[in-house]
Design a protein around this ligand. Sequence first.
Ligand code: ZN
Length: 472
Amino acid sequence: MRSDTARRRPTKKRRKKKSGFGCFIFVVVLIVILAAGGFAAYKYLTANNYDNESGFERFADRYFSANVESDDIGDVQTEYNYGEYASSAIQYPEIGLENVDARISQLIQDEQQSFRSKYGNSGDGKVAQLICCDTYKGDQGTGSVVVKTAVQEADDKGDLQQVSNTVKTFTFNTENGAEVFSLMAFEPGYRDQLADFFKSKGFEKAAAADVDYDRFALNGKDAIFYFDAGQVEDMDSLTEIKVKNGDVENVFRDEIDSRGLDPSKPMVAITFDDGPKKGTTNRILDALEKNGAVATFFELGENVENCSDSEEYLKRMEKLNCEIGSHSYNHPNLFQISDAAIKEQNDKTDEAIESRLGKKPTVYRPPYGNGNEKTTEIFGKPGILWSVDTLDWKSRNAASVVEQIKGSGNLDGKVILMHSIYDSSAEATEQILPWLQSQGYQTVTVSELLMYKYNEDPSATKFYGYNYFYLD
Ligand code: ZN
């Protein structure tokens, strides 16, 4: 069965070009030629064919006007490159954001490159590459560009027939041009939810585990997903499936990350264990706020209960976009206690945090780093170790902590371990944040790091050990 949520990319003319003027000129030219009795000329104009440079431009224009859907989020540019054998034409938007325009240009260049290397400049007959872009505005400050590439080859009669049709997509924050990846646009676990939805619509193939849902555009409140030929039932060409915001539960985020993170640039996650502690925790939060930075706090349930300011601290962390994790209730070695005791460590800490913050911690870190798949299963949340140890608990010296971090090489993708119970660590935080910024690092929470640097679902109950947080 086929649902109205999916449609085949038309290869024939679907709708008239929006530009009234161009259309008007075209019609006038057509009428004049017809009036002159030029039946041959008429055929020449409408056949899917061309013989020379101007013919190719008309041919490409007809294709673009039939195939481009646009929310008008940029000036449209058109370029033609005619050749006796291989010709290409591109139509693309100029968004006016440097990084976005560079990305669109790169996507187009990649397509042109692969076309040239496949077809060269000479051969029998004719071959044309046509690249155009759909543009969409999302409701939450996003823009999407869908780069569509078609290749057409001349058949025996000289008419061009489509031989391939592919799509690449790019969604970005319209304020700063930072890319919006699928995990920023959709809730963790979105893939399973979408697979169920596609299955319910009869698209078993699109629900298969090896089909990725990375190509999408956000259109108003809805999303459009793109699939290659053969990835959706009955569809022998490129297919798009529209998913309305109300169609699937727990897929669309209420708010798309507005922190403007750019996953293509360096990211580091600073983490603080063993708090909260009156005064010191607040000093760290002041430094984070002052520098527009974030961190992850792995708190002890016992300290949350005993610190009279913990509710204020937890709420402030949340307000500053920090992440709150569990570090157990009272810091036992999890390898030396029973499963039931481990569970109690988790439950009591969850309760202490939830009763003050209104939500449970999202991640956990086992005391002394002594955790594994089993303790993670019992905690029921991702287990996070670290890749840069500042030894702040040992040195109790801000300068030494700062040197440890500066001397750790490339910090992109790394998790830094500190403790929020020492004044020296708070002082080190005040010093290191401006330095990280000057080096081009974005500070992120551990869940953000998992999503943006490692393409991991941050809600998955998985253990990320000592060897994990290294990109190289
Ligand atoms: Zn600890």
